[in-house]
Design a protein around this ligand. Structure first.
Ligand code: NAP
Length: 354
């Protein structure tokens, strides 16, 4: 049996960090070997540090609860690679320190996503962009950073990829209804969100308008050429615990039909499924019949939270076509996405035992 790789978690006490702990509990290739967080948590056991803020439905795994949380410094964390669910305000320097010290960093944060030599990866959509990794040697790093996108961008690119490949795209408009877990903990005050919708999420719309174009772009001579269509995003926070819903309207370049687009969505499968990566859902995208799906409570758990659900595909009198999408924001949009990235990068030989 293969010796498991030692995985560290930076930001282990946060919303995304807790999801890493939960999803890695019985991982066949990776075991959690070190936990990092702020100096407030450092020194405590993990169980103590999350005692008042553990928000997962399963309890903290006992082995992890007993581990000591450390400050996020590469020299005191015994790992082959690290996942990062750090607050973006501190992620820039900390992730750079780990990469410089020789560690692969599989990051959730926005800091490096749009840098030209850093892959912004969704394994079903652009696994080939992993080829950017060796370019990071020019930064003097012995390790590297690979990122996963914003939690709205993930379901969006998963559904747009088969459409783009078959019919081309010229315009996309997306309206999001985003869960409160997307704001971390304690996140949005209850008196702001209960019985309410907040029509703005700081910094979100520019990410949704740019990240998909990098992911759907082509890698040419060591550079990503972004996809050449425009995205307009309007992002809203709604009183749902987990699961981001998206209403998407789009124009295709080739003439097509609802039936043909639906077939393209239903047939979508990709490299992670071929490679049987442990976190790859059997079906990356499911199309649900009926006017009332997808819904967060009913559909966010599809494929263990890794399957994106689509439905309500129909003609749009303005842009041509429209549909509804749903993705689990802390799994497919964060920790699960990073774990799938690490599995891909291990399989491709970028992550190794150190
Ligand atoms: P969070 O709940 O606020 O957690 C932040 C984590 O960062 C905590 O572990 C915290 O440790 C740690 N941290 C804060 N200051 C630190 C410092 N100075 N040094 C070391 N560690 C420090 O946030 P989150 O929602 O998990 O989000 C984490 C990152 O993932 C963010 O960049 C976010 O944008 C991104 N993301 C989140 C989602 C989502 O659905 N929530 C989805 C995609 C991406 P302490 O507990 O010790 O303070």
């Amino acid at each position: 049996m293969m010796k498991k790789l030692k995985a560290g978690i930076l930001g282990a006490t946060g919303t995304v960090g807790q999801k890493f702990v939960t999803l890695l509990r019985e991982h066949p290739w990776f075991e959690v070997s070190a936990l990092g967080a702020s100096e407030i948590s450092a020194g405590q056991t993990y169980g103590q540090s999350v005692a008042s803020k553990w928000k997962q439905s399963a309890p903290v795994p006992p082995k992890i609860a007993a581990m000591r949380v450390r400050e996020c410094r590469p020299e005191i964390m015994d790992c082959d690679f690290v996942f990062s669910g750090l607050d973006a305000a501190v992620a820039g320097d900390i992730e750079k320190n780990f990469a410089a010290a020789g560690m692969p960093v599989i990051s959730n944060t926005k800091n490096y996503r749009m840098e030209p030599d850093i892959p912004l990866l969704v394994p079903e959509v652009n696994p080939g962009h992993a080829a950017l990794i060796p370019l990071q040697k020019k930064r003097g790093w012995k390790g590297f950073i690979a990122t996963n996108p914003n939690c709205v961008a993930v379901p969006l690119v998963m559904a747009l990829k088969p459409v783009l490949d078959e019919f081309g795209l010229s315009k996309v408009m997306v309206f999001s209804m985003q869960a409160i877990s997307g704001a971390g903990y304690p996140g949005v005050p209850s008196l702001d969100i209960l019985d309410n919708i907040i029509p703005h999420i700081g910094g979100e719309e520019p990410k949704v308008e740019t990240e998909p174009l990098k992911i759907l772009g082509s890698l040419e001579r060591g550079k990503v050429r972004c996809a050449d269509f425009a995205i307009s995003a309007q992002c809203n926070r709604v009183a749902v615990s987990d699961g981001h819903s998206l209403n998407v309207s789009f124009s295709t370049r080739k003439k097509t039909s609802v039936a043909k687009i639906r077939k393209a969505l239903e047939n979508f499968t990709a490299l992670p499924q071929k490679l049987h990566l442990p976190s790859a859902p059997q079906r990356p995208l499911v199309y649900l019949d009926g006017d009332f799906r997808p819904q967060p409570r009913l559909d966010r758990g599809a494929g263990g939270g890794m399957t994106v659900s689509a439905g309500r595909l129909r003609e749009c009198p303005v842009l041509g076509f429209k549909m509804a999408l749903l993705g689990h924001n802390t799994i497919r949009g964060a920790a699960g996405a990073a774990i799938l990235n690490a599995e891909l990068l291990f399989k491709l030989g970028y992550i190794k035992q150190r």
